[in-house]
Design a protein around this ligand. Structure first.
Ligand code: BGC
Length: 735
């Protein structure tokens, strides 16, 4: 039993029955009305009249609403000044931290560390709950294979399998074991409906994916969240093959409630109900409200169409009262599970997380999210001080002294001025070491006036090593922040090339530190930099974490949760593509480009370490299994740390269904395990695969495995799988 679907106590059930029996239609619709407070804006418009609306009992919850005094006062209005005294829900987008900001979700996904992800969600929930919050619109579970889409930064990456694990970890983290505890938040799995597959990578665009791809790639993380007991689900803004998710009864009522048995709350996205008019499927607000209700939506975020029009709908028979009662019940059940009927003020009293825990976790999460993409001649780690011949270090680039950028998009109530810049982190790490630090920005992040590439080159010329901090500003990814290019913005490439030229003349290493909310396609940098760190947006402790990795206080362990293309023309690109009849080869008539190689710049799962790992034995407990044998097979892989330092390896297991009724991906991630190993130490990663782990949407659209042969492969990333074996699923004797 999980937090959000545990049975309600008899007294709560009775209270809800009693309330519903006494509510007027307007009071019922009030419970379905979710309005933004004016503390923050996360959408196009704000309704300023929410205080009056609360007094009239016409509001069920407020979002963008936090702070102990504010929430206590709003709650008092609802509890003391409305006829029935039903408490409000307070919600906020606590996406990767509340005030203490952890790495952006795509960055944290690069840690492949589920315990860490659960822990950061737990801490974020505790910090947010200490400011009156009950409910977060997270985790964002939109699988994405197109880095033009700005919201790739908010999600779990390209793998449905990794995303399912992240979904469970995040729901557990936010919701804890008991939603009524004062340090938990109800979670929201968002945004269901293939939001991560917008046409041409532009936000809010149509997603026209096949039902097979929908069920195999885009829906599984949401199903995993439902199985973990997620309290609510948010349909996406986009239409799915012509039907907007907000009014998509086949998706909401059919698949999520019908097939998966979801009993929680569907909350719309920001004004998504009234946007059904702009989609061209509703004639007016009343029509939009009726369609969304009929599809299964419970709560209307910020459109206020339910409260304005469903009363008439009940009277003229177009909005069934039973459907409204069911939605009201779900809202009240969530309030009961959060303990609000017992003590509506509980979460506006004491901070629930210690500052020390939060800061320590932010630094740890940040360094575990960094991916080392390149390291020639052991350029990294840098050796501090004279002894290491690092007398002078130049820290160059517009992202070096850019603390405010480090939080990334959807940074909750985080204070950008308190984030540690990369330069500050480096200076702190070098204090007293004898290494002098020089700094020059060289150019702004985007094009702008204050460019001084010549000055930056002169600074670089004085140094024994250069750390080149390049990338995107925080606002360049996130909602509505899509790009048509995967290059560095502004004049950064010119800056980088000038610095690389100067360093090459003197034989000085250049370490590139990339800050970005999406993979950038920078093959020229890969060809020239001595080392490259992909650091995403690392949050409050960014600079400390980058310094930990630069100076070897942390051995980098991040692995890419997305494929990094060499060119935008390769997009969409992902590891689990289907085979073609003419795979890339030297033959002219093969699947290729004339002007760029077919392979990505860095493959899915890739990431280097300061040590080396050797993969040895792949052992299967059986080489065949009856398809009905749910116990499955055991798989073990031995990995040895063959290098000089402690290190963490992420052992990855991929499968391929060699012959099936439908073409199956060339490689599909089906397992991963983290091993921490001392030099010389051997560890074993163990996996279990059951027949259902080979399930897919078969040719007749039924779901399940098919008998036949499979390749099992293990290694450090999808393009480097040294261990391979075959395995058979046998048809049941009975069938
Ligand atoms: C976003 C959601 C978010 C909501 C509330 C919308 O614009 O799409 O992800 O939860 O605003 O802030």
């Amino acid at each position: 039993m999980t937090a959000a679907d545990a049975p309600l106590s008899l007294s709560d059930s009775a209270r809800i029955d009693d309330l519903i029996s006494r509510m007027t239609i307007e009071e019922k619709l009030g419970q379905l009305n979710l309005l933004t407070a004016d503390l923050a804006t996360t959408g196009p418009s704000v309704r300023g009249d929410y205080v009056e609306e609360i007094r009239k009992g016409r509001v069920g919850g407020l979002f963008n609403a936090y702070g102990r005094d504010f929430t206590r006062e709003m709650q008092r209005l609802a509890v003391e000044e409305t006829r029935l005294g039903v408490p409000l829900l307070f919600a906020f987008d606590v996406i990767h931290g509340h005030r203490t900001i952890f790495p952006v979700p795509l960055g944290e996904a690069a840690s492949w560390d589920l315990d860490l992800m659960e822990r950061t969600a737990r801490l974020a929930a505790a910090e947010a709950a200490g400011e009156g919050l009950h409910w977060t619109f997270a985790p964002m579970l939109d699988v994405c294979r197109d880095p033009r889409w700005g919201r790739i930064v908010e999600g779990p990456g390209e793998s449905a399998f990794l995303s399912m694990h992240i979904a469970r970890a995040k729901v557990r983290g936010y919701q804890g074991g008991d939603l009524a505890a004062s340090d938990t938040l109800a979670a929201t799995a968002k945004h269901i409906g293939a939001y991560g597959a917008p046409r041409a990578g532009r936000d809010y665009e149509t997603a026209d994916v096949s039902e097979r791809t929908l069920r195999e790639i885009y829906l599984p993380p949401f199903r995993a969240a439902v199985e973990a007991g997620v309290a609510s689900i948010m349909p996406s803004f986009n239409d799915l093959a012509g039907v907007p998710a907000t009014a998509n009864e086949a998706l909401l009522d059919g698949i999520v409630r019908g097939e998966w048995g979801f009993g929680g709350l569907f909350v719309s996205d920001y004004e998504a109900v009234e946007e059904l008019k702009a989609h061209g499927i509703a004639a007016d607000d009343a029509d939009a409200a009726r369609q969304a209700l009929a599809a299964g939506l419970d709560m209307d975020m910020q459109s206020a169409t339910f409260i304005a029009h469903l009363g008439d709908g009940v009277r003229d028979g177009t909005a069934p009262l039973a459907r409204i009662d069911a939605a009201v019940r779900r809202v009240l059940e969530l309030k009961a599970r959060l303990g609000l009927f017992d003590d509506p003020y509980r979460r506006c009293r004491e901070p629930a997380a210690s500052a020390e825990d939060l800061t320590g976790a932010a630094r740890d999460a940040a360094r575990r999210s960094i991916v080392l993409l390149r390291n020639v001649g052991e350029a990294l780690p840098l050796r501090r001080g004279d002894g290491g011949a690092l007398r002078t270090l130049a820290v160059i680039g517009p992202l070096a002294d850019a603390g405010r950028e480090m939080l990334g998009s959807w940074a909750g109530a985080g204070d950008p001025d308190k984030a540690v810049a990369i330069l500050a982190g480096i200076e702190a790490a070098l204090a007293g070491s004898g290494t002098r630090v020089l700094h020059a920005a060289g150019c702004p992040i985007e094009s702008g006036e204050d460019e001084d590439i010549t000055g930056a080159v002169a600074t670089a010329r004085q140094a024994d090593a250069v750390v080149l901090c390049l990338g995107e500003a925080a606002w360049m990814s996130g909602e509505a922040a899509c790009r048509s290019s995967l290059d560095l913005p502004g004049r950064q490439q010119a800056l980088a090339e000038a610095v690389l030229d100067a360093a090459a003349e003197r034989g000085v290493p250049v370490i590139a530190v990339l800050t970005s909310g999406r993979p950038l396609a920078l093959p020229w940098l890969e060809a020239r930099a001595s080392a490259i760190l992909q650091t995403w947006f690392l949050g409050s402790q960014a600079g400390r974490a980058v310094a930990d990795v630069l100076f070897g206080d942390w051995n980098p362990s991040g692995r890419l949760p997305v494929t990094v293309p060499r060119s935008l023309g390769q997009v969409p690109i992902h590891h689990d593509q289907r085979p073609t009849g003419r795979p890339p080869s030297d033959n002219w008539y093969s699947s290729k480009y004339l002007d760029v190689r077919a392979e990505p710049l860095y493959p899915f799962g890739f990431g280097l370490s300061y040590t080396r790992f050797r993969y040895d034995a792949l052992r299967l407990s059986a080489d065949s299994l009856p398809i009905g044998d749910a116990a499955g097979i055991e798989i073990a892989v031995d990995v040895t740390n063959a290098g000089p330092r402690d290190g963490e390896e992420t052992v990855q297991l991929y499968v391929r269904d060699l012959v099936a009724s439908v073409a199956r991906p060339v490689r599909e991630l089906r397992g991963f395990a983290k091993l921490r190993l001392a030099p010389g130490e051997t560890g074993t990663a163990s996996f279990r695969l059951a027949p259902d782990d080979f399930a897919f949407v078969r040719r007749d659209m039924s779901v399940g495995p098919e008998p036949g042969e499979f390749e099992i492969a293990a290694g450090p990333n999808v393009a480097d799988l040294p261990l391979r074996s075959r395995f058979r699923l046998d048809a049941d004797a009975r069938s």
